[in-house]
Design a protein around this ligand. Structure first.
Ligand code: PEP
Ligand code: MG
Length: 570
């Protein structure tokens, strides 16, 4: 039996199902699943040093390449048309890469000079990889998509099976290093019932899609290779364990129980409250009008985070005040009269916007991002606040407006004045440790705060939230992160003002109880997570949440904090 969590290496790895090999990782989506292991198909093999093609044959090779790229693009677009939400967006974007004229003409140019088509596809891709990497941020993340498209096109050219996720005949557990976005987006949750990744963090692409689809998921399981490929395996998304060849009758009974619990969660209708009646608003994170309207089908009580920058990622120029106002109004109207928290642009770092130009920075996560872009582009924030005021005019509710990346009391005061001037409700995000440490003074300036646990964890642990290698550090269960959240919760209590959480931590039912115990009174996450969180909160008292929070705070590692909270809550 092996543990991949070095911090917990001395502790025995739980093996309740009597598996022959158990490995551990970071749990991201709860639930238990069991089935044969499947692995992602290998990348196509081709001869990179194949001789140049004869001049007379080059045109045919060019055509073969164009046809292969179109076949791959059409296949991805077809999968997009059978998907919804983030999945459809990812598949459409990846299909766009396969059909990208710049990429195709670079490759056909190389073929025209004699390069065999597979080698030309690979060389053209590397050119774009270099370009995307130098642009940084979200563009750099698209490198995985580019390489995925390359492999699909080369396989098509060579008549080899499509790389990526195979279609299993029975419900299976998918094990991989990490999944390409197009693979995660195309997952069928009836056939892929569990996801185990060797890499990837709690906010990786795989984790986000697994959460959306409700597939039990464990990431950063370093020893995943120890699970034999032809085994039957289980994945426990609550404890973060994966085990091969468990006792079949024991695991089958446990999976049946887990399904019953999932069905019970699906029937939860809200509103959020502890069993002893402490209200905890369960809210949705949204990205535009469509996702807000879709979120109304989940048992959420409003929007806890509208990431406005996501609506403008494809814009080269700043949207007008009228365009922005129409978009914001769509989201406010979707939740007619309910709470809607809108965040001003969080541009920069991992979400660069072309119309918010910044100098190339050596360390963009620590640079001019979030509210700091108002230093270099005050007119953009002014325009956005004007648009928000215009959207609020005549709406059924006054939006709560918050700024990202606030680090000082002065920043909070200056932002609050701008928001109040426009008749809106001001708040700030707590994502930088300094804001948590000065929470009392910050809450004196604003009407509410919302803790962004993704960035708060990144900055507290000095660990890049996108790094697959650092997943055990970028875990919001880290006791240091919980301690900062506790400081903010206590300050909220003293000021009698709302403290919410809108990072991925709010999607974890067990952690949700700990957050409530620390003083958090609203939880906003992907709508798909809302019912499991709401159900769990409805089974515990405030005192039990406080006890779980005390136990987690006393732990010295993320995995111990999780275990301590779980046993405190029984
Ligand atoms: C966060 O940092 O937790 C957060 C909600 O903001 P984002 O993920 O958009 O940076
Ligand atoms: Mg953030």
């Amino acid at each position: 039996m092996k543990s991949s969590d070095t911090a917990a290496a001395a502790a025995p790895v739980p093996n309740p199902f009597d598996a022959s090999v158990v490995v551990t990782g970071t749990p991201v989506v709860g639930g238990l699943a069991y089935g044969p292991v499947i692995r992602v198909g290998a990348r196509p093999a081709f001869d990179a040093d194949a001789p140049a093609i004869a001049e007379g044959e080059r045109a045919a090779h060019e055509q073969a390449f164009v046809d292969a790229a179109e076949t791959v693009g059409a296949r991805l677009a077809d999968r997009a048309s059978h998907s919804t939400g983030v999945s459809a967006e990812v598949l459409t974007a990846t299909a766009g890469l396969a059909r990208d004229r710049g990429w195709i003409s670079t490759a056909t140019g190389l073929i025209a000079s004699g390069r065999p088509a597979p080698a030309a596809a690979a060389a053209a891709t590397e050119k774009f990889v270099e370009m995307f990497t130098s642009l940084g941020g979200l563009m750099a993340e698209r490198v995985t998509d580019l390489r995925d498209v390359r492999d699909r096109v080369i396989a098509e050219l060579l008549g080899q099976p499509e790389p990526g996720v195979p279609t299993p005949e029975v419900p299976a557990i998918l094990c991989a290093d990490d999944l390409a976005p197009a693979d995660t987006a195309g997952l069928n949750p009836d056939l892929v019932v569990g996801l185990a990744m060797r890499l990837g963090g709690p906010s990786s692409h795989t984790a986000i899609i697994a959460r959306q689809l409700g597939i039990p998921c464990v990431v950063a399981a370093a020893d995943l290779g120890d699970i034999p490929s032809d085994a039957a395996a289980y994945i426990d998304g609550d404890t973060g364990t994966i085990g091969s060849e468990p006792d079949e009758s024991v695991i089958s009974a446990a999976v049946a129980l887990s399904r019953e619990q999932a069905a019970e969660a699906a029937a939860w209708t809200g509103p959020g409250t502890t069993v002893d009646g402490v209200p905890v608003a369960v809210l949705a994170n949204v990205a535009d009008g469509v996702s807000a309207r879709t979120a109304t089908n989940s048992p959420v009580q409003g929007v806890g985070l509208f990431r406005t920058e996501l609506a403008f990622l494809d814009r080269a120029t700043e949207p007008t005040v009228a365009e922005q106002a129409a978009l914001y109004r769509e989201v406010i109207d979707a939740f007619d009269g309910q709470k809607v928290v809108i965040r001003t642009l969080d541009a920069g770092s991992d979400k660069p916007l072309r119309f918010v130009e910044t100098d190339l920075e050596p360390n963009p996560a620590m640079g001019v991002r979030g509210n700091r872009t108002a230093l270099t582009h005050p007119e953009i924030r002014r325009g956005q606040l004007d648009a928000l005021a215009s959207a609020a005019d005549g709406a059924a509710s006054v939006p709560w407006v918050m700024a990202p990346m606030i680090a000082t009391v002065d920043e909070a005061r200056e932002f609050a004045a701008q928001v109040r001037d426009r008749g809106l409700i001001p708040g700030v995000m707590v994502e930088v440790p300094s804001a948590a440490i000065l929470a009392d003074a910050i809450l004196a300036e604003v009407d509410f705060v919302s803790i962004g646990t993704n960035d708060l964890t990144q900055y507290t642990m000095a660990a890049d939230r996108m790094s697959p290698e650092l997943a055990s550090l970028t875990d919001p269960w880290q006791p240091a992160v919980l301690a900062l959240i506790g400081m903010v919760g206590a300050a909220g209590d003293r000021a009698d003002k709302n403290v919410g959480v809108c990072g991925e931590a709010a999607a974890d039912p067990l952690l949700a109880c700990v957050l409530v115990g620390l003083g958090v009174r609203s939880l906003s996450s992907a709508p798909a997570a809302s019912s499991a969180v709401g159900l769990k909160l409805g089974q515990v008292t405030l005192e039990q949440c406080r006890e779980a929070a005390r136990a987690a705070l006393a732990a010295t590692s993320a995995s111990d904090a999780r275990d301590a909270a779980r046993s405190a809550l029984g």
